[in-house]
Design a protein. Structure first.
Length: 306
């Protein structure tokens, strides 16, 4: 039989064991961030999900964003840089299609600069087919509920964006033919941003046409961050480059019209489009925590014909 411990020592060991038990119960355990519940969506609501800078074979964040999109209703606006690194057939097949391919019939894309690292963005147009507009152009429009939606190609060195370009003429004609009370547009390179790439003037002529027509919303990617920018010439804009490729630091102060900017969360922007207005909510992917929500009205400005 082993020798008995002295009474004082036995009491001390019992006290230590009890304290350890309390600590194990009360100290929080570190682990994955629990998922944030999905927002509720009214049946019949008109939903547009927007995100860019997505498909990469280097990590799993894009798969988390795809999983999020698959559990939400609505049309998906992809804001360019869809299949890294080069928008090649292999990049689409290996780095985008496994997660996003099952939702292809919901996607209305805009091309990014990485798609043009394959000649004429040919793999992009081949992958999306008619949903990407006329091959070689990359601009088109569609109606979503009471809203008119315009998709533009901001790779201006390849397709032209200035006055006198085919895209400029098409945009003027499209807006004249669709005098909706609420209009949104999206493309890849941000006209206004305080992210790494910053303001990009290449789409200035297209921006002016939209502003003159009374458009309400502009959605872009390219900067791998989230930024909500207050109305400029009547148009509120969002940078949503949070699709999973990676996230960028902010190298410059926030812009004068920046209302919120965050560079630590992946996820997508969910827009609920109603007759006469809209609401927005950033929905974070698993492991991210950003919450941003609000609403606004269309400004109903329809000036003279362009």
């Amino acid at each position: 039989m082993p020798p008995k411990l002295p009474r004082r020592r036995a009491l001390l060991l019992a006290l230590i064991a009890a304290l350890l038990g309390v600590l194990l119960v009360t100290v929080p355990r570190l682990g994955p961030v629990p998922p944030i519940p999905l927002p509720s969506v009214d049946p019949g609501a008109t939903i547009l999900l927007a995100v860019g800078d997505i498909g990469s074979c280097d990590g799993g964040e894009d798969e988390k964003v795809a999983s999020l999109a698959s559990r939400l209703p609505g049309t998906i606006a992809i804001l360019g840089d869809i299949a890294y690194p080069d928008g090649s057939p292999t990049d689409f097949a290996s780095c985008f299609d496994p997660a996003w391919g099952p939702m292809r019939d919901r996607i209305r894309p805009a091309p990014g600069n990485h798609e043009y690292q394959t000649t004429d963005a040919s793999s992009y147009f081949s992958y999306f087919g008619a949903a990407a507009g006329t091959p070689g152009d990359g601009w088109y429009s569609y109606d979503l509920g009471a809203w008119h939606v315009v998709v533009l190609n901001s790779n201006c060195e390849f397709v032209g964006c200035d006055e006198g370009s085919a895209q400029y003429a098409w945009l003027r004609a499209d807006l004249e033919a669709h005098p909706a009370a609420c209009t949104l547009a999206y493309w890849h390179h941000p006209r206004v941003s305080s992210g790494r790439h910053g303001d990009d003037p290449r789409t200035d002529a297209l921006w002016r046409v939209l502003a003159s027509a009374g458009a309400d919303l502009v959605l872009v990617g390219h900067d791998h961050s989230y930024e909500r920018i207050g109305p400029i010439e009547g148009m509120r804009s969002f940078v949503v480059g949070t699709g999973g490729r990676n996230l960028y630091e902010f190298p410059r102060p926030a812009g004068a019209r920046t209302e919120l900017r965050v560079n630590d969360s992946y996820g997508l922007l969910m827009l609920t489009l109603r007759d006469g207005g809209f609401s927005w909510r950033f929905v974070p992917a698993a492991g991210s925590t950003l919450l941003d929500a609000g609403s606004d009205d269309c400004h109903w400005r329809r000036p003279e014909p362009l």
